[in-house]
Each structure stands twice: as C-alpha cells, then as structure tokens.
Design a protein around this ligand. Structure first.
Ligand SMILES: Nc1nc2c(c(=O)[nH]1)N[C@H]1C(S)=C(S)[C@@H](COP(=O)(O)O)O[C@H]1N2
Ligand SMILES: [Mo]
Length: 214
C-alpha cells in the first residue's frame, strides 16, 4: 500500500519587478542601486523583542469589519511565497529573496474596506513604546506580491528584521514595509509616516528614484 502524505505547497508569486527583462540581474536593478549579498539592518531606535504569542495584528479605519488577529489566527490564513528584490533607499539592493506570509489583499478583504478607503498606514511596535508608521496607497498595498511576511528564505525573521511579522511592499523602496507590524489603518487621505515626516518621499518608487522630498 502506498502511503500518501499530503504536502501543502504554497503558491509562488514572482514579484513584477523581479521578472523585468527576463529577470536579468542588471536590468532589474533600479538606477542608483548597488547589489549586495548581505542583508543590512536599518531602522530607527532599537529592535523590539516581541513575544509571538502576545503579538496581534489589528486592522481598522475605513472598513465595515475591523478585526484583530493573533499569530495563530494569522497562520491559518492562506499563505504564499513571494520572490522579490529588496531596494533600500540607501542605495543597496538584495535580489531574489523569498518571503513567506499572507497577502495583504487577503487581510484587507477580510476588513471589507469602505469605498473611500484609498491609503493605508502600517503601524509597528517600536522602542520605547512608540508607534512607527509608514504610508502606502491602498492600490499598491494590495498588489499580489505584497504580503505580511514571517519567513525569509525559509527562516523565521530575526528580531532586527522584524520578528514576528513585517510588511513587504516589493514595488516600492524597502522602507515602505513596517518591521514588527501590529496594525493596518485604512484611510481616505494620505498621511506621512515616520520616515516621510523625516524627509523620505511620500510614494517611494525605486524606478523613478523617489527617495527624498515630496
Ligand atoms: N518598524 C520599523 N520598520 C521599518 C523601519 C523602522 O525604522 N521601523 N525602517 C524601514 C527602513 S528605512 C528600511 S530600509 C527597512 C530595513 O529593513 P531591514 O533592516 O530588514 O533591512 O525597514 C523599514 N521598516
Ligand atoms: Mo531605509
């Protein structure tokens, strides 16, 4: 008798920009970027050490069904692997990352956004006890390659890279994904997040080099 073991295979989504020019490494690296193999750590303040069992994700604002998820509940949602390139505004890029998590479009659909919802603010735990935020247009936040990730290349995120869960918005500079994400707020107006208030661009398209200034 053959023993059949069900293997749950996550769908693999290759990010739009990773497919540019047939995936040619130089051609898919935006202007002003240099490829690195390391994964640098960048954030304001010190990395919070979050207890995964105490972590929660709250989705609220302009929606019919605001909700909060525990990590276990988050893990029960359908997951995907996303292959994407990281482009940091400080000029390094790291190609061919595999992030695993839940698509933001799944999380947003669960909240039933109101028609006027057109921007999100990601909120994150940060030290000391402050609220880190980053703003993204809702349409770009709900692309199929945009996820809240808990694995990178198959490994749990290190504390300094956003454990337990971080936002990944592959089509924009990497600062547009909040590490240690704890909330998604649906809004009708754009509002500058933490780095945007400190001079970073409101939008952050690496192909247009939207680095600083609005
Ligand atoms: N919570 C939080 N998320 C954040 C930041 C931060 O200061 N706090 N910095 C952003 C910036 S500027 C960058 S470049 C990336 C860096 O992610 P990494 O340290 O995993 O490379 O995280 C982004 N997410
Ligand atoms: Mo950054």
């Amino acid at each position: 008798m053959t023993k059949v073991t069900a293997q749950y295979q996550r769908p693999l989504i290759i990010s739009r920009d990773t497919q540019r020019c047939g995936g040619d490494r130089a051609a898919r690296t935006p202007p002003g970027q240099t490829i690195t193999r390391k994964w640098p750590v960048l954030h304001f303040g010190s990395a919070p050490h979050i207890d995964r069992d105490a972590w929660g994700l709250r989705v609220w604002g302009l929606c019919e069904n605001p909700y909060t998820l525990s990590f276990d509940e988050f893990m029960q949602l359908p997951q995907v692997d996303v292959k994407c390139d990281i482009h940091c505004v400080t000029h390094w890029s790291r190609l061919d990352n595999i992030f695993t998590g839940v698509q933001t479009k799944t999380l947003i659909a669960l909240a039933k956004p109101k028609p006027e919802a057109s921007f999100v603010l990601q909120h994150a735990a940060s030290e000391p006890g402050g609220d880190f935020t980053v703003n993204v247009p809702l349409e770009e936040f709900t692309q199929d390659d945009c996820i809240l990730a808990y694995l990178h290349d198959g490994n749990e995120l290190a504390a300094e890279h956003g454990y337990p869960v971080r936002g990944i918005v592959p089509r924009l500079y990497f600062w547009k994904g909040a590490k240690w994400i704890t909330g998604i707020e649906l809004r009708d107006t754009d509002a500058p997040g933490f780095w945007e208030q400190n001079g970073y661009h409101m939008h952050g398209d690496p192909w247009a080099e939207e680095r600083f200034g609005w």
